[in-house]
Write a protein that binds this ligand. Structure first.
Ligand SMILES: [Zn+2]
Length: 139
């Protein structure tokens, strides 16, 4: 299960709702055996050279910087969030192909530049995405 504060979701939405291309970022937080808790997020640039309306890519430099920040804050990189423009919050085959094991992939579906849905996904041992329980918390 992954827990995301409603406040964090609002802050993410403020940054991504009006963007007409896929937005992305890195999630930091704590992780015990069963529960991931997002404590903060780092927006990153979408550097894909393909169509940014349905692809995203995070640079290795952004990952390194997030890693550094995580160490400073005594947190871990829990996963990645990205938006889908006029598409569901289900992962594409390319999302699955590019995913790292153990990371959570939060997908935020935007319709008419507004929040529509959010789902979290993790790879199983066969490298197939399965939906992960997502709890939006008030604190
Ligand atoms: Zn995607």
């Amino acid at each position: 299960m992954i827990i995301l504060k409603r406040k964090s979701l609002c802050l993410i939405l403020n940054q991504i709702e009006k963007v007409e291309e896929e937005s992305c970022g890195i999630l930091l937080g704590t992780h015990n055996s069963t529960i991931k808790k997002v404590e903060c997020f780092i927006p990153t640039q979408n550097i894909t050279k393909e169509d940014k309306k349905n692809r995203f890519e995070i640079s290795s430099k952004s990952y390194l910087e997030a890693e550094k920040q995580a160490i400073e804050l005594n947190l871990k990189i829990l996963g990645i969030y990205h938006s889908h423009i006029e598409a569901s919050a289900n992962p594409s085959l390319i999302d699955q192909k590019n995913a790292f094991p153990e990371f959570s992939y939060l997908i935020i579906s935007l319709r008419n530049q507004m929040f529509s849905d959010i789902k979290s996904w993790v790879l199983n041992k066969d490298q197939i995405f399965i939906q992960e329980e997502l709890l939006l918390s008030n604190h």
